[in-house]
Design a protein around this ligand. Structure first.
Ligand SMILES: [Zn+2]
Length: 369
């Protein structure tokens, strides 16, 4: 490798949706950005998850200084539990991103000897051979970052996943001014999120989803509302909670990751809801349908998640039927259309009303058009 050069090595995430992972190298020292997993397609029988090819990194493990996380989605952090078995270096990210990651690593029993280093919005830190700046961006999980690396060849900007939401739920906007200032300074290389990049127009603000949910709830005062979304989408969960509480409904959470993420977000003061607003999922049937809102996992049709179990009548706690409206507050990730379709079919068979992003604006993308 030439003396005044920086090497960028992608271990996943290019030309595919998932397993985002790249290595930035200067003077023989390496910083890893994200370590995500990818979900298999339906015809990949016997395959549970797909990982980046970590062999390249493991061969150079003595030269790796850190792992930097852009945000808390599984396709950016889900492979950490495999990587840290071979490479134990400090992991940097926002409080929420690290909270999600730490929870998964603890579940996998590999978190014990790891070092997590929290960074704040706008912070600059020396990490390995680079000065790294953490620039706030909006996305479908709170506390996401774009990264700017100051290197020997100039500034390298890694956008991370982002959208340009001017009215985000937490008021934390993409720092366009800071990105523009870096542009004025001169950027040697931009690596940019390409999801939706070829779609014209603007991605709707997350706030528009709250309006649609409010209308749908108001039109159905006597029905039990079951809303499925990503457990990491704390702002979506907040909007579902707000709409439910406006109608004096109690909230029941269903799905392990939903319970864990809501707990963490409340601890970090990122979710406004009182303990008395919740009921146990076991007690849902003792309330009138119009008194309850269930928020659950499984919006991607994952076979073992709460919504799939509900759709098959396999859920331990309660069954959905003619009194229920199920809202899939999501859009299938490419490859998941088939499993989502099956869940919708099964719910219809149970006599349940199903609302999804194909018939109501109950989802807004996390990626800029
Ligand atoms: Zn993401």
């Amino acid at each position: 490798m030439a003396k005044n050069s920086v090497r960028v090595t992608f271990l996943g995430g290019l030309g595919e949706i998932g397993r985002n992972c790249l290595a930035l190298e200067q003077d023989g020292r390496i910083v890893v950005v994200d370590a995500g997993l990818m979900f298999p397609e339906p015809n990949m029988y016997g395959v549970d998850i797909i990982l980046p090819d970590f062999r390249w990194l493991i061969e150079r493990r003595d030269r790796v200084d850190a792992i930097v996380l852009t945000h808390g989605h599984e396709d950016h952090t889900g492979a950490l539990r495999y990587l840290v078995k071979d490479i134990n270096v400090p992991i940097y990210g926002s409080a929420l991103t690290l909270g999600f990651a730490r929870h998964r690593l603890t579940e996998a029993k590999v978190a014990k000897d790891l070092t997590f280093i929290e960074v704040a919005d706008g912070e600059r830190r020396q990490i390995g051979p680079f000065e790294v700046e953490f620039i706030p961006v909006t996305h479908s999980v709170p506390s996401a970052y774009s990264l700017a690396f100051r290197t020997k060849i100039g500034i390298i900007v890694h956008s991370g996943d982002f959208k340009l939401d001017l009215t985000p739920i937490d008021g934390r906007r993409t720092d366009i001014a800071r990105l523009a200032a870096l542009g004025d300074e001169g950027v040697a290389l931009l690596m940019c999120d390409s999801t939706n990049a070829e779609e014209p127009g603007f991605t709707a603000s997350e706030r528009t989803v709250g309006g649609a949910l409010r209308r749908l709830f108001l039109e159905r005062p006597k029905r039990r509302m079951v809303v499925a979304c990503f457990a990491s989408h704390i702002h979506r969960v907040q909007q579902i909670i707000d709409v439910a509480l406006e109608q004096n409904r109690k909230i029941a959470l269903m799905g392990r990751s939903m319970e864990a993420n809501v707990k963490l977000a409340r601890k970090l003061h990122m979710l406004r809801v009182e303990t008395s607003d919740f009921i146990d999922i076991e007690n849902v049937d003792s309330f009138e349908p119009g008194e309850v809102c269930v928020i659950c996992t499984g919006s991607q049709g994952e076979p073992l998640a709460a919504l799939s179990k509900l759709s098959r009548g396999d859920a331990r706690n309660f069954k959905v039927g003619g009194d229920d409206t199920v809202i899939l507050s999501s859009h299938p990730i490419p490859g998941n259309e088939w499993s989502v379709g099956r869940v919708i079919d099964d719910l219809h068979r149970a006599g349940t009303e199903v609302i999804h992003s194909g018939n109501e604006p109950v989802h807004a993308s996390g990626h800029a058009r």
